[in-house]
Design a protein around this ligand. Structure first.
Ligand code: PLP
Length: 278
């Protein structure tokens, strides 16, 4: 296995929840950063009690403690890119947004609102706080199908509605939108806005990949957004290149049969040197 080569300036921060079983949340983010040769930092927003079978408890940390963690990190080791994951409450979304308003690096927002199986995870005030406070700061937002529907109020039934949802998320302030649509006719579909600023809805681009019939999907949303964040920290800024690389990497991760745990197995990220990643 090649040694991971670190770039001294490549630093990334995740602002996310803890998954003690290591498959999702900040643990997945930090592993992803590390494997791409990026120095990882984490501000913890909430603790989950979970394993691969179930989440049995969520404890959101006080917003003041999250603000203090952010201050400590941001005044000491400036990140080259930031990712947000599960934030848990409207108060936390507002606090995080307030603290990210003046950072100059790109922010990737993974809006953890609805699980990939359709379970609602947060209340409506959290959704509203995302729209008003955090999406305007996002270089890219990466909702799954249900999150995109909840954020926009648009039911994703065909290509036109997907294009309209992308435009609405851009209207809320996100510069780029990558919707993880999920399975369509046995293939895996992701959609992103056209690459040029001000592109028309019909210029939205479909990324189609092989859908692996596996149970190794715990953490795939986190890995996708963390991969994009790591590549931003390494200096890649073209949205379509970022999306294509991250989608490919997630496909590779779900293809590895870890057989870890008794529920939905964690996707396993292959170790990869920085050289391999570019
Ligand atoms: N963040 C935390 C703390 C979680 O526990 C989860 C899911 O369990 C997620 C994010 C989202 O996980 P996934 O990448 O599987 O969508």
């Amino acid at each position: 296995m090649p040694a991971i080569q670190f770039s001294p300036n490549a630093t990334a921060l995740t602002i996310a929840g803890s998954d003690p079983s290591g498959g999702a949340g900040l643990q997945a983010d930090l592993k992803t950063f590390q494997q791409l040769g990026v120095y990882g930092m984490s501000v913890i927003t909430l603790l989950t009690v979970q394993n691969t079978q179930a989440v049995t408890h969520v404890e959101v940390l006080p917003a003041s403690l999250i603000r203090d963690q952010l201050n400590a990190v941001l005044t000491d080791i400036p990140p080259r890119a930031i990712k947000t994951g599960a934030l848990g409450s409207a108060d936390v979304v507002r606090t995080v947004s307030e603290n990210l308003k003046d950072v100059s690096c790109p922010v990737v927002v993974d809006p953890v609102l609805v699980s990939k199986h359709g379970h609602v995870l947060v209340t409506d005030d959290v959704v509203e706080a995302y729209r008003t406070h955090l999406l305007p700061l996002a270089f890219m937002v990466t909702p799954n199908r249900f999150e995109a529907e909840r954020l926009t109020g648009i039911t994703l039934s065909d290509e036109h509605s997907v294009a309209m949802a992308i435009k609405r998320l851009q209207h809320f302030g996100a510069r780029n939108v990558l919707i993880k649509l999920g399975e369509v006719s046995g293939r895996s579909h992701h959609w992103m806005n056209g690459e040029n600023p001000g592109s028309r809805p019909e210029e939205a681009r479909l990324f189609e990949s092989v859908r692996m019939p596996t149970n190794n999907t715990h953490g795939t949303g986190c890995i996708l957004a963390a991969t994009i964040t790591a590549k931003l920290a390494l200096g890649e800024t073209r949205p379509h290149e970022l999306a294509a690389f991250a989608i490919q990497r997630v496909s590779e991760a779900v293809a590895v049969n870890t057989h870890l745990g008794h529920g939905i197995h964690p996707a396993e990220i292959r170790a990869m040197s920085r050289g391999d990643a570019t």
